[in-house]
Ligand binder design. Structure first.
Ligand code: PLP
Length: 281
């Protein structure tokens, strides 16, 4: 499998300098993009978010978005990837280790690779369990940066409890999960945390909100607390590749009847049509 290294599609064996700022400080940004039927899914949306992340951390993108888009499409083709993901990361570059931005400026280091991966359709259909963990992250969770240690620790805790995800809470407020967004259904209305600095505005989240509009399901982008979530009619999480996963239990608390809810199933059904449409086009 080939990788994209700056502007070159090249062999995977590449050295990243030990003073790459991504490696030493987590000083960089990234995206994970789904690939279905050999085509990146919602690529433009992901690249728009990348552009925003870059701006928020004052990182100059090494290339125009159009050029990055073309390179990623080429990478998928070269690797003959049918279903999987593209991982793209851009670090601020390589320089002697001082916290402040390098001066004179250095070029960012951009790397992308692909990985074959099947969707977990059985989990999407059957649902999964989650665990609750305190959200100990910084106050700019809206930026998709390489600093993922709190997310790593939360996910590890989930795995140790055989849970698919760690749902994060700040005080009593549910924010999102370690690598996905969290939704609940109450009185047949869909609730999710507003897209502010406390969550990453997921591309899947944005699609789900649009689908709800299309389906005539009412949406409230409004924070909810742990108690409200545990008493909800339905809970589900969303992320690239995970798509939409019904949460049947949170730690010891069963959500409603403990089965995937009707509204969740409806949204999932509609979401699948999105990439099936792409497969046909
Ligand atoms: N929230 C966090 C913290 C994430 O890391 C992710 C992505 O992995 C998401 C939400 C979901 O975002 P997306 O739907 O764009 O994959």
């Amino acid at each position: 499998n080939k990788i994209l290294f700056n502007n070159q599609i090249t062999a995977r064996e590449r050295f990243i300098d030990i003073e790459d700022r991504g490696y030493q400080f987590g000083d960089g940004i990234y995206e994970v993009i789904g690939v279905y039927d050999g085509k990146p899914f919602l690529l433009e949306e992901h690249l728009l978010r990348l552009k925003r992340s870059a701006k928020e951390v004052h990182l100059q993108l090494p290339e125009k978005i159009e050029k990055i888009k073309g390179n990623l499409e080429k990478l998928v083709q070269v690797n003959e990837l049918v279903e999987g993901i593209i991982y793209l990361q851009i670090s601020r570059g390589t320089a002697a280790r001082w916290h402040e931005f390098p001066s004179p400026e250095v070029s960012p280091v951009m790397v992308a690779y692909t990985r074959a991966e099947q969707r977990m359709s059985n989990v999407e259909d059957e649902g999964a369990i989650a665990t609750l963990t305190e959200d100990i992250r910084w106050l700019r969770c809206d930026i998709k940066t390489l600093n993922l240690l709190p997310n790593v620790l939360a996910k590890q805790k989930a795995v140790e409890q055989n849970a698919i995800e760690a749902i994060l809470h700040r005080g009593e407020t549910v924010t999102e999960a370690s690598a996905s967004n969290v939704f609940m259904v109450r009185n047949e209305e869909v609730y999710t945390h507003p897209a502010n600095n406390f969550i990453l505005n997921g591309i899947t989240r944005q699609q789900v909100l649009q689908l709800c509009n299309k389906l005539g399901i009412r949406v409230k982008e409004k924070p909810f607390n742990i108690k409200e979530m545990l008493q909800a009619e339905e809970v589900f999480i969303t992320a690239t590749k995970l798509d939409i996963v019904p949460i049947l239990k949170v730690d010891q608390h069963t959500i409603a009847s403990g089965n995937p809810g009707d509204i969740t199933k409806k949204i999932l059904h509609e979401f699948r049509k999105l990439y099936q449409k792409q497969v046909k086009s």
